[in-house]
Design a protein around this ligand. Structure first.
Ligand code: HEM
Length: 125
């Protein structure tokens, strides 16, 4: 059997469903972020982010089977992401991570990645 992944450790699929669902509840109501997203495909956006995060943390590789190489910086290029968008994204993600009831160590692992990734996705000053 393969090593236990972070995906497994934090509770697998249901944990990522909960994380991303909570995140998008906030994003949908955010005046800075909501206009950037496809208004007719919120469920699709939720699914894509969930699949990506599941794959990143060692879960199923459905994201790449359906979407190919992530190339996230390139995929975000059409959206103007400055400090305000980055910070709004992180604030909804912080709220969503808080809702999971992770251990401090799990929280630090997940949050460290999300914060780094959000800063790397910024493409405007
Ligand atoms: C897609 C915004 C950061 C992962 C998107 C989309 C928007 C967006 C508007 C298109 C929605 C869709 O149709 O799927 C932002 C903003 C960010 C941010 C404003 C602020 C920094 C991140 C970060 C990650 C991420 C940090 C990863 C940890 C994704 C993924 C997709 C996506 C996986 C779907 C890509 C695809 O397969 O098409 N993002 N994003 N985003 N974002 Fe972000």
């Amino acid at each position: 059997p393969s090593a236990r992944t972070f995906f497994d450790e934090v509770g697998g699929h249901p944990t990522f469903v909960a994380l991303v669902h909570r995140f998008y509840e906030g994003v949908r109501q955010d005046p800075v972020l909501a206009p950037l997203y496809p208004q007719d495909d919120w469920d699709g956006a939720e699914t894509r982010l969930r699949m990506f995060l599941e794959q990143y943390w060692g879960g199923p590789t459905t994201y790449s089977q359906e979407r190919g190489h992530p190339r996230l910086r390139m995929r975000h290029a059409p959206f103007a992401i400055g400090p305000a968008e980055r910070d709004a994204w992180l604030s909804h993600m912080r709220d969503a991570v808080d809702s999971l009831g992770l251990t401090d160590e799990q929280d630090a692992t997940l949050w460290g990645y999300l914060e780094m990734a959000a800063f790397s996705m910024q493409n405007r000053h």
